[in-house]
Write a protein that binds this ligand. Sequence first.
Ligand code: NAP
Length: 246
Amino acid sequence: MSDTESSRTERPCALITGANKGLGREVARQLGLRGMTVLAGARDRSRGTRAVEELRQSGIDAHFIHLDVDDESSVSAAADRIARELGRLDVLVNNAGVVEDDIAPSATTSTLAERIYRTNVFGVIATTHAMLPLLRESDAGRIVNLSSRLGSLAKAADFAAPHRALLAYNSSKAALNSLTLHYAREFAGSPLKVNSATPGYVATDLNGHRGTRTVEEGARVVVTLATLDKDGPTGGFFDEDGPVAW
Ligand SMILES: NC(=O)c1ccc[n+]([C@@H]2O[C@H](COP(=O)([O-])OP(=O)(O)OC[C@H]3O[C@@H](n4cnc5c(N)ncnc54)[C@H](OP(=O)(O)O)[C@@H]3O)[C@@H](O)[C@H]2O)c1
């Protein structure tokens, strides 16, 4: 990218949305340590450049890219820049996500749900739509959607088991899983693979750091799906141990 001498890199290039903190930053770190050029997407310039400086201190070829997934003009500007400076994209990690406070489903307003869906669903569609032409230029394009066990309809339907009933968040992740399946169907038979990942309950700002897993642990399944070889699966929902029920 233009802020270093590594334009038109021969390394695989990965774009991670919401890479300034939490799981996104850790996924960027782990992919960077595997030798990928990392495009760290963030909606806030100073938070994004700070994260990139830290990644570079670990020897990673990291670059800040301004990307607010809620804003289509920001998404298309990011795609234009990647097209101009790199000409392709090998990995897209749709990581940016938001959650609502712990309130009952019946207390959830459509305004709140719209806000959550805007980032977790429409933001993924906007980003994927803009990046697909670049991913199709890759010999081994990979899309990983950051889903959640809370988005599993099978788990929600099991009334005997405990389940955190966040109406907007959980249903947005169920919708995200549906996006995974539909993109994977469209691109089945091509090199492009599309999967959903659930990282487990990870201590980040999203849950006030109440999660029981570390970001290093949570990022593993994402990195595995981002670096699948050509025989790897597409159209699946996975945690670190394997397939998860939709
Ligand atoms: N933590 C868990 O236990 C857990 C479990 C299952 C799934 N997940 C999923 O993992 C993903 C990452 O979550 P996390 O736990 O790492 O949360 P986090 O620490 O709160 O990070 C969320 C990231 O998303 C970014 N973001 C939010 N809205 C955005 C937008 N419109 N455009 C661009 N970036 C935006 C945030 O940027 P700002 O700093 O600017 O707000 C931040 O970088 C989410 O999709 C989440 O649903 C997390």
